[in-house]
Design a protein around this ligand. Structure first.
Ligand SMILES: [Zn+2]
Length: 234
């Protein structure tokens, strides 16, 4: 029985390793996703900034159009100044010219502010472009690292499963079926060590007499709390 218990521990070690490896198969692709997500977020931010720049450019063109329109009117009114007959008409034209000039100086101010915003946005875009490039490189590195790791994990998994078949075949059918029953039900370990006079999994205290039985290794002893096969490893 002692030999069987050792083989049970070997089988359990392999099952834990298989579970670990399967967990890695599930979690590793997520590490690439995380890097891809960072890159995408930066790309979106960059696209939004470029759209802002485009909006600033359109706005500036519109303002430049207004500026030109007002200047044309100023020129037209200035010519009319020489043709008017009355003081009222003259003053009215001067008022119109003054109004256009005021408008144009406000527009010029707005154009300058827009150019400042545009320059700031350009700088931010340049910095973001560098960040995007860096994030894309990191993503590429992560992808190749994860691909390599996955390849290793697959190899290890195949090997562990082969070793598991051998370890399972070395057990007496009765012992194996008891192990498989507990393992299949709990999806975790089926063998529990005694730690400080208690089951290491469910912490149920093991009576002294049962500890002696476990130590003797004449028969399989189960934990009364969780049903796992108890072993003494000292
Ligand atoms: Zn237990």
């Amino acid at each position: 029985m002692k030999e069987q218990i050792e083989k049970l521990l070997t089988l359990q070690g392999l099952d834990l390793r298989i579970a670990d490896l399967e967990g890695m198969l599930e979690s590793l692709p997520g590490e690439v996703e995380a890097a891809a997500g960072e890159r995408l977020a930066l790309e979106r931010e960059l696209a939004a900034k470029r759209a802002d720049i485009e909006a600033e450019t359109l706005k500036r063109r519109r303002l430049e159009g207004d500026l030109e329109g007002n200047s044309e009117e100023i020129a037209k009114f200035s010519v009319q100044l020489n043709e008017v007959k009355t003081n009222e008409q003259y003053n009215a034209l001067l008022k119109e010219i003054d109004d256009r000039k005021k408008k144009n100086s406000a527009i010029e101010e707005e154009i300058l502010l827009g150019m400042d915003r545009g320059e700031k946005l350009e700088k931010e875009c340049d910095a973001l472009s560098v960040d995007v490039k860096r994030a894309a490189e990191k993503e590429k590195e992560e992808r190749s690292r994860v691909e390599k790791e996955l390849e290793e994990v697959w190899k290890d998994l195949v090997k562990a499963k082969e070793e598991r078949s051998v370890a399972a075949a070395a057990l007496e059918p009765k012992t194996l079926s008891r192990y498989e029953q507990i393992h299949g039900r709990s999806r975790t370990q089926a063998v529990a060590r005694i730690d400080r006079e208690a089951c290491e999994v469910c912490y149920r205290r093991i009576p002294a007499q049962r500890i002696i039985e476990v130590k003797r290794m004449k028969a399989l002893v189960s934990c009364e709390g969780c049903g796992r096969i108890l072993v003494w490893t000292g």
